[in-house]
Each structure stands twice: as structure tokens, then as C-alpha cells.
Design a protein around this ligand. Structure first.
Ligand SMILES: [Zn+2]
Ligand SMILES: [Zn+2]
Length: 346
């Protein structure tokens, strides 16, 4: 069953399913413009998702061939997966922030096995046990790319989303707000128009994965095999949150779950949540821990023993992002001479 919501003022959302994923669906937004309909995100690259997307468009009188453009909040496959197919069907342009376009390009061009080599070396450095790393090395030996690695065929965008600028959309005022953290090139899109139901505040915000009503988005390291810069994605994320809170949007249209008001209240909740989490980690770091050991001791949505292999990699990346933040704040530091490196509260 197709679920389409009319948000008024020439904005619809279509619930596009994500196969085998607890998130359930991506909310793909449709924005009417003077030069034709524009999509904000497209959904996972999967036949059922495609059918749901095109049926949803048809239910509001839009043929996918008429799509004028595609604006992508960030490169993740539940947002950018179907962009290529939409472009093929319509000739639409695809716009993305340069930092995420660089990831799409790098992933498309990566040699078979190079990502696995990077991951294995990185996991060794953070203290992962041998039995966790062995399957990665075995997969590399087989010369294959991991079947589950998404993004290998992701569409290369042909337009750049420039932070702070209005997108070139006839008759609409949609401004790009750069919100790095969840990915380095994540953007929120601020529809700077009067709310159609006169909710108090300044317009509506398409928030992608940056601001969700009931989920704290994953923030890990940016994981660029070609760049060893010690970035601080969690610091970026928290700064981006404060910036979004100050916009005063009347309503938030996120890419998962449901639309909501009181963006500033949700921002405060998330800032408090992260402050609490960082404080909790400092207590764990009373004894020196590797990033892996920290991940094992952190609270997740299920016990560590039940977290599957791939999700452990994501978890340890999140633990590292928290360590980066604590080191940057001067609240933790690496223990000199430790290998694999351990961190302790100061
Ligand atoms: Zn995402
Ligand atoms: Zn997402």
C-alpha cells in the first residue's frame, strides 16, 4: 500500500520501504516547482522501493519521467539509492554537497578489496580481536567485494549543493544548510516560505537524517582511506544541531519516521543526550580502554554479544567519534606508548 501525505503548499511525502531494515522506510519528499516536480532524496535501490516511489508519484498525478531534479540530503543508500534510476527515467539533474559527492566518486572508483584492507588495518589499530578481522581478510583473499557493500553503483551527481545558497528552483525558496556530522556533506534544506497551515515559525525544514523525531542518528568517523586528518564528526554534528535549532523552523520534515514541530526542543533533547553519553563514557574511561573495548562497554540497542559483525564496525566507529570529541575537549587522552592505542579520562 502506498502511503502519500500531502503536507500542503506543494509538498508531499512518499513512504518508500527499505528492505530488511528496522528503520522501515525513507520519506521521499516531492516539491512542486515552476519547472516541474523535484524530489528530495529517492530511497533504497530495490524493485519494491522503485514501484512504491513511482506509484506514490502517480497517485498525485506525477509521472516519474516528468521529474525535473533530485536534491540529495546525503549519500547514504536509503537516500541516494534510486537517484540513478530516476535520472534515467526522466533526465533529471542530481544535486549533492561536494563532500558527499567525493565519497560517491571514491566508492565507485575503489579497487576490489581496498576497502576491506583499509577496514582490517583500521580495526587492528583500534584493538579488534583477530576473530573479528579474519572474515574481512578472507573476503579480500577471495578477491570479491562484499556483497552487502552498498554504493558501488551509486549515481554520480551532476550538480553541487552550495551551503547557504538558494537552490535554482523556479518559484521556490529552498536554501541549503550544511549540517556535517552524520556524513561530511549532509545538508538540510530550508523551505523559506510561509507555513501553509500558518504554524508559527520560519518555514519548513527538510532535515534528512540530521534531525529525526525519535532517533539519534549514527555519528561515526568519516572513514576516508585517503585522508588521515583527525576530523571531529561528533563536534561537527553538535555544532550543526545548534545551527538548525536557531533557524526557528515551524515544522520539520525528516527523511524517516514522521513530520514534527518544535525543532528547537528536539535539538535540545539531542544535545542533552550527547552530553550525558559523553559523561557516561568518561566514567568508563577511568581505566584505559581501546576504542574496541569502549564500544563493547557502551550502551547500544541490544547487548554487544547480539550485535552482528557489520554493525560492530559501525559501533566502533561511533566509539571512536566520541573519543575524538573527548580528546578535543581535553577530557580524555591517548595513553603514551600503548598499542593498540588506549584512551583514559584526564
Ligand atoms: Zn544516513
Ligand atoms: Zn537514512
Amino acid at each position: 500500500m502506498t502511503q502519500v501525505i500531502n503536507h500542503g503548499g506543494g509538498v508531499h511525502s512518499i513512504k518508500v520501504p527499505i528492505p530488511d531494515n528496522p528503520l522501515g522506510h525513507t520519506l521521499v519528499h516531492l516539491l512542486d516547482t515552476g519547472r516541474g516536480p523535484v524530489l528530495i532524496d529517492t530511497g533504497w535501490d530495490d524493485p519494491e522501493a522503485w514501484d512504491t516511489l513511482t506509484a506514490g508519484l502517480a497517485s498525485v498525478g506525477v509521472d516519474v519521467a516528468d521529474i525535473h531534479g533530485v536534491v540529495i540530503t546525503h549519500h547514504h543508500p536509503d537516500h541516494h539509492g534510486l537517484s540513478g534510476q530516476v535520472r534515467e527515467a526522466s533526465g533529471a539533474w542530481i544535486a549533492m554537497h561536494a563532500a558527499d559527492t567525493a565519497i560517491v566518486r571514491r566508492t565507485r572508483e575503489s579497487e576490489p578489496g581496498s576497502w576491506l584492507s583499509y577496514l582490517a588495518a583500521k580495526l587492528t589499530a583500534v584493538g579488534a580481536p583477530e576473530d573479528h578481522i579474519a572474515p574481512l581478510l578472507a573476503a579480500r583473499e577471495q578477491g570479491g567485494r562484499m556483497r552487502t557493500l552498498p554504493g558501488l553503483r551509486a549515481a554520480l551527481p551532476d550538480r553541487e549543493i552550495v551551503p547557504g545558497e538558494l537552490l535554482d528552483l523556479a518559484g521556490r525558496s529552498l536554501r541549503a544548510i550544511w549540517t556535517p556530522g552524520h556524513t561530511p556533506g549532509h545538508v538540510c534544506l530550508h523551505l523559506e516560505e510561509k507555513h501553509p497551515a500558518n504554524l508559527p515559525g520560519r518555514g519548513r525544514l527538510f532535515s534528512g537524517d540530521h534531525l529525526l523525531p525519535g532517533i539519534s542518528p549514527h555519528v561515526g568517523l568519516y572513514e576516508d582511506p585517503d585522508d588521515a586528518t583527525a576530523t571531529d564528526p561528533l563536534g561537527d554534528y553538535l555544532d550543526s544541531l545548534e545551527r538548525i535549532g536557531r533557524l526557528g523552523a515551524a515544522e520539520v520534515l525528516p527523511a524517516h519516521q514522521h513530520a514534527f514541530a518544535d525543532a528547537a526542543g528536539r535539538v535540545r533533547e539531542l544535545l542533552d543526550h550527547h552530553e550525558e553519553r559523553l559523561t557516561g563514557l568518561l566514567a568508563l574511561l577511568a581505566e584505559p580502554l581501546t576504542p574496541w573495548q569502549l564500544a563493547e562497554r557502551m550502551e547500544w540497542n541490544r547487548p554487544w554479544a547480539q550485535i552482528p559483525h557489520g554493525s560492530r564496525n559501525i559501533a566502533v566507529s561511533e566509539a571512536e567519534a566520541h573519543l575524538r570529541r573527548l580528546v578535543k575537549l581535553g577530557r580524555a587522552e591517548a595513553v603514551a606508548g600503548s598499542e593498540p592505542v588506549t584512551y583514559a579520562a584526564v
